[in-house]
Design a protein around this ligand. Sequence first.
Ligand SMILES: Cc1cc2nc3c(=O)[nH]c(=O)nc-3n(C[C@H](O)[C@H](O)[C@H](O)COP(=O)(O)OP(=O)(O)OC[C@H]3O[C@@H](n4cnc5c(N)ncnc54)[C@H](O)[C@@H]3O)c2cc1C
Length: 380
Amino acid sequence: MTGVACDLAIIGGGLSGGLIALAARAARPERRVLLIEAAPSLGGTHLWSFIDSDVGEKEKALLEPLVNYGWREFAVIFPRYKRALPQPFYSIRSDRFDQTLREAMPAESILTGRRAMGVSADGVILEDGTMIAAHGVVDARGPADLSLLDLHFRKFVGYELTLDGPHSVRRATLIDSAADPAEGFQYMTMLPIESDRLFIEDVRYEAHAELDMTDHGQRIVNHAARFGWRIRSSARGHAGIIPVALGGNFEEYWRSGGEGVAKVGLRAALFHPVSGNTLADAARTALMIAEAKDWSGDALHKMLHAHAEKCWARRDYYRRFAAQMLRNRAPSTGHEMLESLYTMDSDLISRFHGMKLSFADRLALSISDGPMPLSSVLRR
Ligand SMILES: Cc1cc2nc3c(=O)[nH]c(=O)nc-3n(C[C@H](O)[C@H](O)[C@H](O)COP(=O)(O)OP(=O)(O)OC[C@H]3O[C@@H](n4cnc5c(N)ncnc54)[C@H](O)[C@@H]3O)c2cc1C
């Protein structure tokens, strides 16, 4: 058995853990940070996207070196209309995430292929018996006990396709639900990369967490055929099943991820209740930790618990939005909630994505043809 000491041990080199390491390295290069990841590479296999307005200037500066692709605006397409929104949209590939982290951090700070078995507020035991004593530990190992939350799932499969000729997609198309609305709550995402290359993703909201890869793949092929595109090759596939929150008990969920241990990311229930996205939260908590003076396990736990608890309480409206969209409507009409949302003022849409809706915004979302019932305005 061998021993290692550090100022901060981050368990899990996925989205949240990797961003903490990057932010901590930039803010406090004199401190020893260890990033411990079970897989051989950092960040898994993902194409992560975010809208410019999801994050503030500081978060943008943290994310900027990671960005592979950017578009000046994004579009949505629904059965009744299509619209371009003047908000830049960016994507990050996890291979770049891995590379950027390895360039930014000393080699000995990154332990990949090393699984943590025991995690406490100030120490970690790895599978191979290595004991790590840390001033503070942050657990970023992904979900805790999801059965404690009331969830649906956003499931998707995407591929980067090279076509036989040029495609006609000019903007990042976040939602194209015009294609086949009869098949439940489903839409396509299309991200043009080069004139003959684009990323297409088949997205579905469902109550169960199983993924039918063949069906998703077939829908991508059908979607390409619908535009008359012939696929020459496909690469960089990714697939995901991410939780969408309709309700749940935050405190029990937090404890299920480890009593008294600081947590971030999915483990801290820090995600957008409607989209399941965590990137903006991950960037925010990374900076919060990097800027904190006290990295002791207790101080980090206190700070992150208070932050996650506040976020959970403030996101009740978005959980009710998700419940209205996914539980109170038939699957084939769930997309009508988004269809109605995206007719609104573009700043309001940005605030929805950023979970910063004002009272007036909620009112606007409830009157005339708005997607939410009027009773939802007065609750938190
Ligand atoms: C294909 C895909 C695409 C997505 N696209 C987007 C997007 O566009 N925008 C967005 O905001 N969100 C997106 N998401 C969701 C987002 O990726 C997740 O919500 C996010 O990764 C959660 O971050 P996390 O750090 O909590 O967990 P993860 O990123 O899952 O990281 C957890 C890490 O911990 C490691 N680990 C687990 N157990 C151990 C252990 N015992 N010891 C050491 N390491 C361990 C895992 O290997 C993993 O690397 C996507 C998800 C998927 C799957």
